[in-house]
Design a protein. Structure first.
Length: 330
């Protein structure tokens, strides 16, 4: 693993390697072991052109826990030289200095960017590993890793279960990353529950069909709630919509949002099956796609899920840094 750009590059063997390490780090954290020296003397750059709470902070906490250093910008579009017109490629070349390793600013770059494909563009010119922390409505592979780490924890397995992805599935980058990762495991049926304007993109539909993955698309969480082991809810991605399209799509979503929200009624309907509720967060405080009434109940795992971001990202940083030092053919 030299860069982490998409879910499709991750095999079950690599995922297992990441999860074994994450489990070890998580057990250590439980015992109060905070600072290891695995990244001692190593600098991680969190280069975020888009807003974030969980991804940036958990990568930074993971780096601290491994004994590394951080350089960071939280809104690179405004507070880096991108604001003066610098290209992403030049920024990456300056930070990672491919031809002068002793002059580089950082040894790993964690990149969040509003454009799909930005992480791959960065990897094409970088002298150090690039971790995709979300690129437009492209992918968010480290979120997918912590999501399925969560599923494994709560179900005790990564096969033979039913999951529903619910909400705005069209503009969410996480849905694709999660669905592609889950498609690597047997016996997982996926339901995609959304208003028709927010259905999954054709590229994902095609990927699932071509890989013989069992999936169904529908438009009300009530029709699937008794059949699923995990309800994975996502918010409407208002930050990716603009102008009249935003007004129209938000209006359409508002009118039907009860069909795509985890309410007390939905929680109670799923009592017998024991369905768990996950969400990558943030939850939109206006739309409340997971009702505050249920957010602290035992089958709602959102805060636990966000917390797994630390050990999983510790494992990703550790493995990526070590692998980047190995010769290509090893
Ligand atoms: N889940 C997620 O990516 O959250 P942030 O946008 O807060 O990083």
């Amino acid at each position: 693993v030299k860069n982490l750009i998409t879910s499709s590059q991750l095999t079950p063997k690599i995922i297992e390697r990441i999860f074994l390490k994450a489990q070890r780090f998580e057990s250590g954290l439980k015992k109060g072991i905070k600072t290891l020296d695995i990244l001692k003397g190593i600098t991680v750059c969190t280069l975020f052109y888009e807003e974030s709470t969980r991804t940036r902070f958990s990568f930074e906490k993971a780096t601290h826990n491994l004994g590394g250093n951080i350089i960071s910008t939280e809104s690179a579009s405004h507070f880096s030289s991108a604001h003066k017109g610098e290209s992403l490629e030049h920024t990456i070349k300056v930070i990672s200095n491919p031809n002068n390793p002793h002059l580089r600013y950082a040894d790993i770059i964690v990149l969040r960017h509003p454009e799909k494909g930005a992480a791959q563009r960065a990897a094409n010119v970088s002298g150090v590993p690039i971790i995709n922390a979300g690129d437009g409505f492209g992918e968010h592979p480290t979120q997918a890793l912590l999501d399925i780490y969560t599923f494994k924890k709560i179900l005790g397995r990564l096969n033979n279960f039913n999951i529903a992805f619910v909400g705005d599935l069209r503009f969410s980058r996480i849905i694709k990353s999660d669905a592609v990762l889950l498609s690597k495991y047997p016996g997982i049926k996926m339901f995609f529950v959304s208003p028709k304007e927010f259905r999954i993109r054709e590229e994902l539909r095609l990927y699932l069909s071509q890989n013989n993955i069992a999936f169904e698309e529908c438009n009300n969480i009530k029709t699937v709630i008794k059949k699923i082991d995990i309800a994975y809810i996502v918010r409407i991605q208002k930050n990716r919509l603009k102008g009249i399209k935003k007004i129209l799509l938000c209006w359409k979503y508002e009118r039907q949002k009860d069909n795509f929200s985890a309410t007390k009624e939905i929680y109670e309907m799923s009592e017998k099956r024991g369905t768990f509720f996950c969400h990558p967060m943030p939850i939109d405080k206006k739309e409340k796609e997971i009702s505050p009434e249920i957010e602290n109940l035992s089958r709602v795992k959102i805060f636990e899920q966000a917390g797994y971001g630390v050990p999983v990202r510790m494992a990703i940083l550790d493995i990526l840094y070590k692998d980047s030092k190995k010769p290509r053919n090893e």
